[in-house]
Design a protein around this ligand. Structure first.
Ligand code: C2E
Ligand code: CA
Ligand code: CA
Ligand code: CA
Length: 280
């Protein structure tokens, strides 16, 4: 048994070593990508108003394809980018891609909806974020309100007074602000009234439980009640079924994002499917 244990340990060490090696290679590749921009693209997922059926927004989601590693999922490369700090140059690239895309659509006479960009903690707390966003609006001559941000509770909670100042500056630039993955974090709700946010985005894991667990419905009731009191919009992400849509409807959640209404797709497909020409 002792021998077996030792072998298992050796296997475990070998596996760890292989993992480290893989992560290191991936990080090196990601560093090169951040520098060159090669292999990065953006997918856009629509957000609809369920009652009117109108397009209310899109979420920009980063995609990475590498010649050796193939398409790496954001679930893998985003945490790596956050740990290594590469999220800063990658985030800057994403903003440029989104800004350029919006300008192209506007120039083509299309009417793109507001686009939401995800910000991780490191991006939010970098000192020049507000200047970078102001620069983005200026460079691509974007109309006020064209861009917004999604942030998680954990990003905002520790230093919420400082967070409020940055959010206020972003709001002044015409950005809307959503709390992403709402319902999964600390949910210390009192901070909400001190932060100038505009919406709450209910987490996918939580939408998944609707119609299955009574807990999810209870939370939905509480969150929508709170949002109404505070004058915040509620958005549901990860809506996959008609049953979930119906459950959300009962609590008057009308802003819907998910595979049921539209998957994330490349910019051209997004324009072809959802963007109409501005009436002349
Ligand atoms: P997120 O911000 O919660 O984004 C929503 C994720 O749910 C996206 O995964 C989207 O493709 C997926 N999704 C949307 N609707 C459905 C649905 O109906 N069912 C299911 N099962 N999934 C759905 P994705 O694109 O893989 O992104 C994963 C995470 O990576 C994002 O979670 C976000 O935290 C992060 N991420 C993606 N792009 C960026 C970025 O540009 N910057 C930063 N900082 N993070 C990003
Ligand atoms: Ca998001
Ligand atoms: Ca989310
Ligand atoms: Ca999520």
């Amino acid at each position: 048994a002792k021998q077996e244990g030792r072998n298992t340990y050796r296997l475990f060490k070998a596996e760890m070593h292989r993992q480290d090696h893989h992560n290191l290679a991936l990080e090196t590749a990601l560093r090169n990508t951040a520098e060159s921009g090669e292999g990065l693209s953006v997918h856009y997922q629509p957000l609809f108003d369920r009652d009117s059926g109108s397009l209310q927004g899109a979420e920009a989601l980063l995609r990475w394809t590498h010649p050796d590693f193939g398409t790496v999922s954001p679930g893998e490369f985003i945490p790596l980018a956050e740990r290594s700090g590469l999220i800063l140059p990658l985030g800057r690239r994403l903003m440029q891609l989104v800004g350029g895309q919006l300008r192209d659509w506007l120039d083509a006479g299309l009417a793109p909806p507001r686009v939401a960009i995800n910000l991780s903690a490191r991006q939010f707390w970098q000192s020049d974020l507000v200047a970078e966003v102001a620069d983005l609006y200026a460079t691509y001559r974007l109309p006020a309100g064209q861009i917004g941000f999604e942030l998680t509770e954990s990003t905002l909670l520790d230093k919420h007074q400082q967070a409020a100042a940055t959010l206020e500056a972003l709001r002044t630039l015409g950005c809307y602000i959503a709390i992403d993955d709402f319902g999964t974090g600390y949910s210390s709700l009192s901070y909400l009234q001190e932060l100038p946010v505009t919406s709450l985005k209910l987490d996918r894991s939580f939408i998944h439980g609707l119609g299955q667990s009574r807990g999810s419905t209870a939370i939905l009731a509480a969150v929508t009640g709170l949002a109404r009191e505070l004058g915040l919009q509620v958005v549901a992400e990860g809506v996959e079924t008609e049953a979930q849509l119906a459950a959300l409807g009962e609590y008057h959640v009308t802003l819907i994002q998910g595979f049921l209404t539209g998957r994330p797709v490349p910019a051209d497909a997004f324009a072809a499917a959802y963007l109409a020409r501005e009436p002349q």
